[in-house]
Ligand binder design. Structure first.
Ligand code: SF4
Length: 361
């Protein structure tokens, strides 16, 4: 079901981070960041593999030392995901990293003289890699912090200042992020900057917290922006497992109408009418269907009250009854099973439907 609340994507310049296009009509990509010491090749490679398996499109790595920067050469041979080097202040690290990675995240305003900026721009131009200007509400340049505090206005002014520093050298291979640690400031900053530049945006809420808190903040901020048509790539930062970041980002994309891929599940909250163990059933259904990439609407309902109505909008559904469940496909009852076998049969039917749809595409 489509809604007028989902606006067309804002037109942006398209850039490439390795093989991944960002901006223009490119799909909105999902990023994450390793938390190992980058020079610890074994640990970093393990995290890159985990992120790839989880479905990340791009990965960022912190570069704090020369050892980290040099390790990128080896790491780049160990993965086919595009890599971004995350650097603060030390422009010489950017000069090393630019030889190996697909993008540099550095704020030109933080690296000192124009000559240093010129050198970083030259290194990125030589390999045709972009620079991400990564503005964070908590670490604005002193002049903006003093003038505006950690406000959306301060973040936007900082971004415009950093953009100009690069544009003055003719460099326009840019993407921008404007992250605050709460949803309202994040939304306002991106909304304000959007009409002022053509460059693609990397969306995120910084230091969003543990899974529970990040889920709420990221859903409010990123969901809101995505539905407005703002955002070209994104990261959901979580103090927790890497895989959760990817899962959350993909879910936000799906539920904000920006990505069709995968299963969208509707399930009822249960009430006194329930006569089956819906909570266990929905958990099993969710776990069993994570591998499906075909866009499918699935509904799992506790009784017949809302089940048929929901089933009309779903591609396939379960409606539970008294210790039984009906499988409903295309609005019609397909089969009836005992409560203890319904999930297995349902998963089989969903997989079958996914394969049929794949053939039609
Ligand atoms: S579908 Fe049935 S069991 Fe579920 S909340 Fe509605 S009335 Fe209750």
């Amino acid at each position: 079901m489509q809604s007028d609340k989902i606006k067309p994507r804002y037109p942006t310049k398209q850039i490439f981070v390795g093989k991944i296009a960002i901006g223009g009509d490119a799909p909105i990509s999902v990023q994450s960041m390793t938390f190992s010491k980058t020079h610890n090749i074994e640990a970093t490679k393990a995290q890159l593999d985990r992120l790839q398996l989880a479905g990340a499109d791009i990965v960022r790595l912190a570069v704090l030392t020369e050892e980290d920067a040099k390790a990128l050469k080896i790491l780049k041979t160990m993965t086919n995901m595009p890599l971004i080097a995350d650097i603060h202040f030390k422009y010489k690290l950017a000069l090393i990293a630019a030889k190996y990675v697909d993008c540099i995240r550095i704020n030109p305003g933080n690296i000192g003289s124009k000559e240093k900026i010129r050198e970083v721009v030259k290194a990125c131009n030589e390999r045709n890699i972009p620079i991400r200007i990564g503005v964070n509400g908590g670490s604005l340049e002193k002049e903006f912090e003093q003038k505006y505090g950690a406000t959306p206005k301060g973040m936007v002014e900082s971004a415009l200042y950093n953009v100009k520093l690069l544009e003055d050298f003719g460099f326009t291979n840019i993407k921008i992020s404007l992250k605050a640690s709460d949803a309202p400031r994040t939304i306002e900053a991106y909304e304000t900057l959007r009409p002022l530049v053509i460059y693609p945006f990397h969306l995120g809420v910084t230091e969003a917290g543990t899974l529970y808190h990040s889920m709420i903040k990221s859903s409010i901020a990123l969901g809101n922006l995505l539905m407005q048509g703002i955002g070209d790539t994104m990261r959901c930062s979580i103090t927790g497992e890497l895989e959760e970041e990817i899962k959350l980002a993909k879910s936000i994309l799906r539920y904000s109408g920006r990505q069709k891929e995968g299963i969208t599940i509707v399930s009822c909250p249960t009430c006194g009418r329930i006569q089956a163990d819906l909570v266990s059933a929905i958990k099993k259904v969710e776990q069993s269907l994570t591998h499906i990439k075909t866009p499918l609407q699935v509904s799992v309902m506790g009784c017949a009250v809302n089940a048929l109505g929901e089933a009309k909008h779903a591609d396939i559904a379960i409606a539970f009854g008294n210790k039984i469940g009906h499988i409903i496909k295309g609005g019609k009852v397909l089969a009836k099973y005992n409560e203890n076998e319904i999930v297995e049969k349902f998963v089989y039917e969903v997989e079958k439907l996914a394969k049929e749809r794949e053939k039609e595409l």
